[in-house]
Design a protein around this ligand. Structure first.
Ligand SMILES: [Zn+2]
Ligand SMILES: [Zn+2]
Ligand SMILES: [Zn+2]
Length: 252
């Protein structure tokens, strides 16, 4: 299995427009973060998790030519604003492009991309989408995916597990029933927004203690804001925890 980190930033992206802080002005490429998204290559399928506003650029930069399906964690703008760009895949394959997510997230997709589901004039390019609501485990080609229910403030969101890899972004609390779904991981990706507590995201020390509790062999933090510089932050983390960065590729 291969994991490509397409984006590892919080909703503003880093640098933040008009910000002159040390991280936003940093020359370290690992301090440039586009909106959070990964692509998982597993059993011949290329599975995208979330479709933020930079999706097209992210896929071009990562050299990804084709995507099999999209998993949505939730429908906040930084996770779905680039969704129209999957159009190239439904056009080229001449079939509906599959999107998997919670019923609520898919309802939001229907509302915010309503033109996709309406009859409109000929000639305007639109993606062809097939929405699949998921609760329990399901398959994309030969890859088996387990949704992990999570809390993001007061809204329910989904993390996803494939074999011994799990991706949990935009999470402020893991329900008791989800911990058993996270046993025996070799790689965990976890939300770590900033140094100070936040209503809807794990902050750094909380993410470290959740990572320890889950006990994956390696943990990578994502969805980070400009208050976390790559080098400075990583220096203070335990050896089995690292910050992910745009362009990082893992082979598991
Ligand atoms: Zn987000
Ligand atoms: Zn800044
Ligand atoms: Zn969110």
């Amino acid at each position: 299995m291969e994991i490509h980190f397409l984006g590892t930033g919080t909703s503003h992206g880093i640098p933040v427009i008009g910000c002159r802080c040390a991280v936003c002005r940093s020359r370290n490429p690992r301090d440039k973060r586009s909106r959070a998204s990964i692509l998982i290559k597993e059993q011949g399928a290329a599975i995208l998790v979330d479709a933020g506003p930079e999706l097209r650029q992210q896929l071009l930069l990562a050299g990804i030519d084709a995507v099999t399906a999209l998993l949505l964690t939730h429908a906040h703008a930084d996770h779905i604003a680039g969704l129209d760009d999957v159009r190239i895949f439904s056009e080229r394959e001449e079939k509906d492009f599959p999107i998997f997510g919670s019923r609520t997230a898919l309802q939001q997709v229907r509302r915010r991309f309503d033109y996709v589901f309406r009859n409109t004039q000929k000639g305007g390019g639109k993606p062809r989408l097939a929405l699949h609501a998921v609760q329990a485990g399901f398959c994309i080609e030969k890859a088996h995916i387990i949704p992990i229910p999570l809390w993001h403030g007061r809204i329910r969101v989904m993390g996803y597990r494939i074999r011994d890899f799990a991706y949990l972004t935009d999470v402020s609390r893991i329900p008791a029933a989800s911990y058993p779904l996270l046993r025996g991981l070799s790689v965990l990706v976890l939300d770590a927004l900033r140094p100070l507590p936040h209503e809807t995201h794990f902050h750094l020390s909380q993410a470290v203690s959740e990572a320890k509790r889950i006990g994956a062999r390696r943990t990578f933090f994502t969805h980070m804001c400009h208050l976390l510089g790559h080098t400075q932050t990583e220096r203070h983390l335990p050896p089995d925890i690292k910050l992910a960065y745009d362009g990082l590729t893992l082979r598991i």
